[in-house]
Write a protein that binds this ligand. Structure first.
Ligand code: ADP
Ligand code: MG
Length: 263
């Protein structure tokens, strides 16, 4: 990259279905972007705090977290932590479960994350990328993430019924475009937990991308046992299994996202 973009690229990783590798993708793409020399902030928006855990931080040890930033006006820079994977993290704790209810009666709640991103830029804290790890719902936090984002990436497990929720997610994206963020773009679906040995996975993927007219972000992330080991180690798969196919696939995805951002 020749010159620095003054604004970060803000990417929401969203799918209201759980277990489709949102969190794994955020951690792995984040680590891969950092390997490429990018300054990266990951934001854990799930009260289950899996992203926070998987980057080696125990939420129980935290006194302040993203919850305080979103609902109590605490400065994000006071909460952001550095991680061993070379990315910064705005961590979550179970307290975030209350944020949904706390924000529900607030004016401008859709804009809380956008506000955090703008405050970071205004305070001179530069990031090239901000990746938002959305919870498995289409509630206030996901809508606020989409409102803050330039793009949304939809991890999708390529199995027969996996597309039932996609239409609903895209409806939400359309609403966000109409009401709170007209610049939001769908960057595409990212096939995850992909079993390339079956034609079935490819067929499901083709059906989904045709039905909803969605781009497919390449390459698909292979299903491999290595991913089960990474979170317990507190590092992304890029560190725990450097040369594995899964790590390599995420590196390629990160490279493709860099190209997408530059266009
Ligand atoms: P989500 O955030 O969408 O709920 P996670 O990223 O937490 O999904 O992933 C769900 C589970 O699947 C985790 O146990 C994770 O380790 C596992 N997993 C993610 N990606 C892969 C993969 N490519 N191969 C095998 N297991 C994976
Ligand atoms: Mg998750």
């Amino acid at each position: 990259m020749s010159k620095r973009d003054p604004r970060p690229h803000v990417l929401a990783v969203a799918n209201q279905k759980g277990g489709v590798a949102k969190t794994t993708s955020v951690a792995s793409i984040g680590a891969a972007l950092a390997e490429l020399g990018q300054k990266v902030l990951l934001v854990d928006l799930d009260p289950q705090s899996c992203l926070t855990f998987s980057l080696g931080i125990d939420p129980e040890d935290l006194e302040i977290s993203v919850h305080h930033v979103l609902t109590k006006g605490v400065d994000a820079t006071e909460v952001i932590l550095e991680t061993d994977d070379g990315v910064d993290l705005l961590p979550a704790t179970i307290e975030l479960a209350r944020a949904e209810a706390d924000l529900l009666t607030r004016t401008g709640r859709e804009h809380v994350i956008r506000g955090v991103v703008e405050d970071l830029s205004a305070s001179g804290t530069h990031y090239d990328w901000i990746l938002l790890d959305c919870p498995p719902s289409l509630g206030v936090l996901t809508v606020a993430a989409l409102t803050a984002a330039d793009g949304v990436l939809v991890p999708l497990q390529c199995e027969t019924l996996s597309h039932r929720g996609v239409g609903q997610l895209l409806d939400t994206v359309h609403d966000v475009r109409r009401f709170t963020n007209r610049d939001l773009e769908v960057w595409g679906v990212l096939p995850t937990l992909y079993d390339g040995r079956t034609n079935h996975a490819r067929a499901v993927l083709d059906t989904i991308s045709e039905t909803y007219d969605l781009e497919v972000v390449e390459p698909p992330i292979p299903k491999t046992i290595k991913f089960a080991e990474a979170p317990a180690a507190g590092r992304s798969i890029l560190a725990t299994s450097r040369t594995s196919k899964g790590a390599q696939a995420y590196r390629e995805v990160a490279g493709n996202l860099m190209k997408r951002a530059a266009r």
